[in-house]
Design a protein around this ligand. Sequence first.
Ligand code: GLU
Length: 293
Amino acid sequence: MTPAGRFAPSPSGELHVGNLRTAILAWLFARSTGRRFLLRVEDLDRARSGAEVLQLRDLAAIGLTWDGEPVRQTARGPLYDAAIGRLLAAGLTYECFCTRREIQEAPSAPHAPQGAYPGTCRNLDPAELEFKRSIRPAAIRLKAGIREYTVTDVLHGTYKGSVDDFVLRRNDGVVAYNLAVVVDDAAQGIDQVVRGDDLLSSTPRQAYLASLLDIPAPEYAHVPLVVNHDGARLAKRDGAVTLGALAAAGVTVAAVRDRLLASLGLPGGSLERALAEFRPGALPREPWVWPGS
Ligand code: GLU
């Protein structure tokens, strides 16, 4: 299988120019290295009816091409079950009954990074386990054997981040993003992960999980986000930030594409022209402030 890169949007609404810029970068990284480019609809959570169609429409409108049909996470339950089953068989999971509030209020383990799961349910005895099972359904957590893991990123170099006993399956039965992303990337032959740098801090968890499942870590490139004038991550409330809203304000798709390419130091006209000039090392490392419509 030819290796692949990907873009994996959550269909929670229309894509905004920040998402489109990340998608263009993922495409440039994949195509410039002879990879296939795949789309994955991350619809396990927060999916809004109709959003997927609009997202695919806008990705095509901006000039992206992809290989094969997009896959949907909701159709891939057996793959996730198999991975969790493997971890379970290896003794690398446990049931957790904690509510969010209980986790917040629990004293944190010594030297644990902020927000790390304190391990409350890690060693329940059979009686406690039986009692807790009778009260509420369990989430499944990873029994992490380490506290930190180091990954390599094309733009960030070596990045060390914390790993805790993170959730693999929530107590409502939905598979957690960190598990799904690792399983899907491997199953789709994806060995290059380009995405927003807001996900860099989750990457050590994912790479560690991949290692437990004998999956080689992909090449990572966490790219800077698009922000508003206050430096906050771009959002719908920042005005005309979708292709639809920008078109209504008189900004054509071609003009949006060229503006995004210019923000990356690349020539406009078409994505193919930009591809010919694309050099990962020359990419800006700072967030880009969306100038508005
Ligand atoms: N679905 C995630 C998002 O839209 C991206 C996940 C990923 O690229 O790994 O933020």
